[in-house]
Design a protein around this ligand. Structure first.
Ligand code: GLA
Length: 382
């Protein structure tokens, strides 16, 4: 190959590689962890609520477990001033002071907008004001932007342009911000999310606090694993753990599945009022370690027989996390052959919810799995 051709080739490789490399080096290297106001508070979110959640994130032990983003979702937006600068509405008297408060707790602040004229809840969107808004967020000290499509339809070209425009505006501020794309998985966003700077992208419609809705979203993520990696993640939506619509087994399934999926762990409950089991589910460090593993490999299904699904996730230390998921309502015995998850003959097994070693197993592992529940284990080749 001529020197000139090799030089051109190097340039092309660099251009293709750079967006991913930049994401790997930047924010959200592992899936972002935090809290968001929408699932529990909807339009009732205000300054006082956000401060209380930040405080509770620290006091509950969630901060120590890795949660850091405190995210305001839709309904904070007020009008634009004469210069076109967005103002918060009366629920948020001083956004900069709020950001300072959140930062003072060692946490980070997230905000929400839309590339449309109006957000999904009918508040002021960013259309035509992208640079101004990005600059305003940076001035306030915002660390995370969820950018929600909020329009019926839209072509692939329009979406890429809209998200690309905000990516450029965010870059121009010079302030690192996590960029969260929310357009419900349309036009296979996982294929182009990284090219418009997305650190995460919603892959589905909105989650609900109900087993069937959660399970349908979670289990349907199978197949998307090759699109996730360091700095760029599939987002099956925020957690419902602790909101009251599912039982303990169902919430453990929710948390286990999201961890297997290397999904963002954005709690969506009221952190100031958690039952001990809600706190225990959200702060289980062995389960969080599955989600946050530095290999950044999203897990996938290894077998399915009707309502019985076995999932596995490769970990950076060579171990495999295996989830036995029972999607029917009665307790059933389930098993997995070690060879199905790439382990030869013998493995030592640790139960991540019981936080107990289960000894050595040979050839296969089996256990009773409660209805709508999960047995989540980490297996290491012996
Ligand atoms: C959409 C999003 C939700 C939430 C609401 C706010 O429905 O998918 O996550 O942000 O808008 O209006």
């Amino acid at each position: 190959m001529s020197t000139q051709r090799s030089a051109w080739l190097a340039v092309v490789v660099l251009i293709l590689w750079f967006p991913l490399a930049a994401q790997e080096a930047g924010v959200a290297r592992t899936p972002p962890m935090g809290w968001n106001s929408w699932n529990h508070f909807r339009e009732r979110v205000d300054d006082r609520t956000v401060r209380a959640q930040a405080e509770a994130m620290v006091v509950s032990g969630m901060k120590d477990a890795g949660y850091v983003y405190v995210n305001i979702d839709d309904t904070w937006e007020g009008q634009r001033d004469a210069k076109g600068l967005i103002q918060p509405n009366q629920k948020f008297p001083d956004m900069k002071a709020l950001a300072d408060y959140v930062h003072g707790k060692g946490l980070k602040l997230g905000i929400y907008s839309s590339p449309a004229a109006k957000t999904c809840a009918g508040y002021e969107g960013s259309r035509g004001h992208e640079e101004q808004d990005a600059e305003t967020y940076a001035n306030w000290g915002v660390d995370y932007l969820k950018y929600d499509w909020c329009q019926p339809g839209g072509t692939l070209r329009e979406m890429k342009a809209a998200y690309g425009k905000m990516q450029d505006a965010l870059k121009k501020t010079g302030r690192p911000m996590v960029f969260s794309l929310c357009q419900y998985g349309w036009h296979k966003v996982w294929e182009w999310g990284p090219s418009v700077g997305g650190n995460l992208w919603r892959t589905t419609d909105d989650i609900e606090d109900q087993y069937q809705a959660m399970a349908e979203i979670g289990f349907n993520q199978n197949g998307l694993e090759r699109f996730a990696g360091l700095g760029h993640w599939n987002d099956p939506d925020m957690l419902e753990v602790g909101n009251g619509g599912m039982n303990e087994d169902e919430y453990r399934t929710h948390m286990s599945l999201w961890a297997m999926l290397a999904a963002p762990l954005i709690a969506g409950n009221d952190l100031t009022e958690m039952t001990p089991y809600t706190t225990a589910i959200l702060t289980n460090r062995e389960v969080i370690a599955v989600d946050q593993d530095p290999l950044g490999q999203q897990g996938s299904r290894v077998s399915q027989e009707g309502p019985f699904e076995v999932w596995a996730k490769a970990m950076s230390d060579g171990s495999k996390v295996v989830g036995l998921f029972n999607r029917q309502t009665t307790t059933e015995r389930m098993s997995v052959n070690l060879s199905q998850v790439g382990i030869q003959k013998q493995a030592s097994v640790r139960d991540l919810w019981l936080k107990q070693d289960r000894g050595t197993v040979e050839d296969s592992f089996s256990d009773f799995v409660p209805g709508h529940g999960v047995i989540l284990v980490r297996m290491k080749q012996n």
